[in-house]
Design a protein around this ligand. Sequence first.
Ligand SMILES: *[C@@H]1O[C@H](CO)[C@@H](O)[C@H](O)[C@H]1NC(C)=O
Ligand SMILES: *[C@@H]1O[C@H](CO)[C@@H](O)[C@H](O)[C@H]1NC(C)=O
Ligand SMILES: *[C@@H]1O[C@H](CO)[C@@H](O)[C@H](O)[C@H]1NC(C)=O
Ligand SMILES: *[C@@H]1O[C@H](CO)[C@@H](O)[C@H](O)[C@H]1NC(C)=O
Ligand SMILES: *[C@@H]1O[C@H](CO)[C@@H](O)[C@H](O)[C@H]1NC(C)=O
Length: 348
Amino acid sequence: MEGELLLLSSMIFLLQGACGCPEKCLCHPSSNSVDCSHQGLDEVPPDLPPDTLTLLLQDNQISQLPALAFRTVPQLKILNLSNNSLSTLAPEAFHGLWDLEVLNLTQNSLLSLESRIFQFLPQLRELDLSSNNISHLPKSLGKLWENLTVFAVQHNQLQHLSRELLESMPGVRLLLLHSNLWKCNCHLLGLKLWLEKFIYEGGITDGVVCGSPDTWKGKNLLKIPHELYQPCPPPLPPHLELASSQAQHHSSEHGELHKSPEDHSLGPHDLSECGVKPKPKPVNLRHAVATVVITGVVCGIVCLMMLAAAIYGCTYAAITAQYHGRPSPPTTESGKTGGKELFESLPA
Ligand SMILES: *[C@@H]1O[C@H](CO)[C@@H](O)[C@H](O)[C@H]1NC(C)=O
Ligand SMILES: *[C@@H]1O[C@H](CO)[C@@H](O)[C@H](O)[C@H]1NC(C)=O
Ligand SMILES: *[C@@H]1O[C@H](CO)[C@@H](O)[C@H](O)[C@H]1NC(C)=O
Ligand SMILES: *[C@@H]1O[C@H](CO)[C@@H](O)[C@H](O)[C@H]1NC(C)=O
Ligand SMILES: *[C@@H]1O[C@H](CO)[C@@H](O)[C@H](O)[C@H]1NC(C)=O
């Protein structure tokens, strides 16, 4: 009797667990989807059915996600968090969602993302980060995303997107990038090259319009000719930078180092302006070029003098031979005239 009662009560408990629907949500058991959209929620409801596959949380006021925010719904495949107030995501917020395929975070207030925030979402197919305030994306947002086909970051404040990040999503087919603050300097060349290959291989993108510098503002990154991009200068080690400044400003008073624009453009802190116009060659390079030229000229003169000496020797030998009345081979004859000409044309 007691056992039966226990069984009954545990069955009721299980039924409640499976069928219970959070107060402000609509549950559709047939499709395992839960719709909690537009309910003024400020957090993820704690009592979600554990077998939920689709969770709609859009149009609420959720402002942050703690670690393991979705641990009660580990089978989730589609998660819509669009139009909330998310500004911070705990680095482990989405951990445990091994099956998540679609994550929609559009229309929030995200400013940046942790580099490993999406690390444990191996099945992700679509990631929508559009219409946030993201100004920087790390070089990696997770492991290799084999299955990611849609990556959307349009309407943010991005100036740059690293090639490494794009290469971590080899299967991406749709890439939305427009309405950002793209800074079309040498650092964006990697993106340009990557996009050209992407489009050639059938990928779809919506265009990258430059926000700066002024020369390219409003221009499409893909339409700026390659020739106008200089490769980014490698950052100089500090002691070399100092040495070249000292060399150039040797005569400047008080030993205070006023940096000329030329030096400045080489400094690691100013790579941002590593721009699109050719720069004057650095001092060290000019020295090196001059040294090579001078060495070449000196070597050339020495070689010519040695050649002349050899020809003179041969000619002398031939004349001596003729003087002694011996028949001379024809090669010596031609060598003689050619040698004489060369010898005479040389300044003393
Ligand atoms: C975003 O959600 C709010 C309610 O939180 C709603 O009033 C507004 O219409 C939604 N905006 C869009 C574009 O759906
Ligand atoms: C919620 O997000 C999903 C997946 O991104 C999307 O298919 C769906 O249209 C969104 N729902 C609404 C009501 O916007
Ligand atoms: C994300 O949701 C918005 C509106 O809720 C929708 O317009 C958009 O298509 C969704 N993104 C994806 C990738 O499904
Ligand atoms: C990509 O999707 C396929 C088919 O849905 C799946 O078998 C595979 O495990 C997924 N890749 C990864 C890395 O999970
Ligand atoms: C986000 O950007 C929008 C428009 O670009 C701006 O109105 C809003 O103040 C920004 N929010 C934050 C938190 O920076």
